[in-house]
Design a binder for this molecule. Structure first.
Ligand SMILES: Nc1ncnc2c1ncn2[C@@H]1O[C@H](COP(=O)(O)OP(=O)(O)O)[C@@H](O)[C@H]1O
Ligand SMILES: [Mg+2]
Length: 388
């Protein structure tokens, strides 16, 4: 039975793996959670004291969640933010504030926010028509140019890396349909890092040690990531300072993942912010003193922030749906996982798979990142999904 020493009932918009792990972190404290999701078998659904079945963009469904919850949070950006703004106006606590979400939902507003607040970000030019785009291409001098759709993108969708000559000729693989897009300077050799920032209602904040992400070039998803990142002390300070300053400028309350680029010259640029627990913080469950999920629970419940230090080098590997397997599935080949010394499996309880879908992850701690990476890849190489 769930009792409630910590009082408030937390309503989560979205019941995916991030919601599931947020709840798992609060279960030892007997926190109450309600979940809204369109899937009755969503990963977080079975932990919900009240499960609301509905779309994340359905106003009525969000109102129902709000009715049974004292505090609202969300684990995904593509949700009905206007209803959350309205609820906040009526006195409901929504963390992070929905106005921040509204800015983040639109990458062009994010970029403008960074430049207005003098937060280092790559140069960009907005456009709405093909003619504007062709003209804007002359603001950039590199051979490659990045084009981003302001709204609706995720996991690399809505982002194109194109030849500048093609952009100049209007030769692009997308329709504009009156929407906002922007061109952005392409950073050829930059590495991608993330710093998680926790900031509470008192304005106290803590940053996590930076995490370095290695992407799967085909799927555009994080293949694996590691901490500590392979950076100098100066670079670590620059990354954590930029992340901290960005969330301070937003006056954000909640947990935020700040994605940044680090060039070979040691320059840092902010790419985007996720106002929620993030893939790049999964490994904090076993790797850090306070996980990103516990930290968000602390913020939601008005408790002091926990320490963010790393226990040891750590690698996190995503387990994605195998190619050629869709729908019902089985999983085999866990022998290396059980044989490993300090490996931790999180399987998200998704009833259906599809190629490239995030199905789970493995975290490995070891005395070095290399050792952890070797163990993690070895475990993953044995895992196989079967069509059922
Ligand atoms: N300016 C850039 N230079 C080089 N690569 C970029 C740039 N912007 C984005 N990318 C690449 O595209 C990926 C997706 O872009 P991002 O803006 O993070 O969108 P998403 O919402 O899909 O995460 C990034 O993780 C990075 O690999
Ligand atoms: Mg991104």
């Amino acid at each position: 039975m769930i009792s409630k020493p910590f009082g408030p009932r937390i309503g989560i918009v979205g019941g995916g793996q991030l919601g599931k792990m947020l709840i798992e972190a609060g279960l030892p404290w007997n926190v109450n959670y309600n979940v809204l999701d369109p899937g009755v078998d969503a990963p977080a659904a079975r932990y919900a004291a009240e499960f609301i079945h509905g779309s994340l963009t359905d106003r009525e469904a969000i109102l129902k969640l709000a009715e049974v919850s004292d505090i609202l949070t969300y684990e995904i950006e593509h949700i009905d933010v206007e209803t959350l703004i309205e609820l906040e106006g009526q006195g409901k606590t929504v963390i992070p504030g929905p106005r921040i979400l509204k800015t983040i939902q639109d990458k062009s507003l994010q970029k403008q926010f960074y430049s207005q607040n003098e937060l280092s970000t790559t140069p960009f030019t907005l456009f709405h028509t093909i003619d504007e785009m062709r003209g804007a291409a002359s603001d950039f001098s590199d051979e490659k140019i990045v084009v981003k759709s302001a709204k609706g993108g995720y996991d690399g969708k809505g982002v194109w890396i194109l030849n500048r000559s093609d952009v100049q000729q209007g030769n692009v693989p997308f329709e504009l349909n009156g929407n906002t897009f922007f061109l952005e300077q392409f950073l050829g050799h930059a590495r991608e890092l993330s710093v998680i920032v926790a900031r509470n209602t008192d304005g106290d904040s803590k940053t996590y040690p930076s995490v370095e992400m290695v992407f799967d070039p085909e799927l555009n998803l994080v293949d694996y990531l590691f901490a500590p990142a392979n950076v100098t002390d100066e670079e670590e300070t620059a990354l954590r300072t930029l992340a901290h300053d960005a969330i301070d400028a937003l006056e954000g309350v909640g947990l935020f993942a700040v994605e940044m680029f680090l060039t070979d010259e040691g320059e840092v640029f902010i790419n985007e912010i996720a106002p929620r627990p993030h893939n790049s913080g999964h490994q904090t469950i076993e790797g850090n003193v306070t996980s990103q999920y516990e930290q968000l629970n602390r913020i939601l419940l008005g408790l002091p922030l926990g320490e963010t230090d790393l226990y040891s080098p750590v690698v996190m590997i995503n387990l994605l749906g195998d190619q050629g397997v869709s729908g019902d599935y089985g999983l085999s080949g866990l022998d290396q996982f059980f044989a490993a010394k300090d490996a931790h499996l999180h399987w998200y309880n998704k009833s259906q798979t599809r190629p490239g879908r995030k199905m789970g992850h493995i975290t490995v701690r070891a005395s070095s990142v290399d050792e952890a990476h070797t163990t993690a890849t070895h475990i993953r190489s044995r895992l196989k999904m079967q069509q059922r």
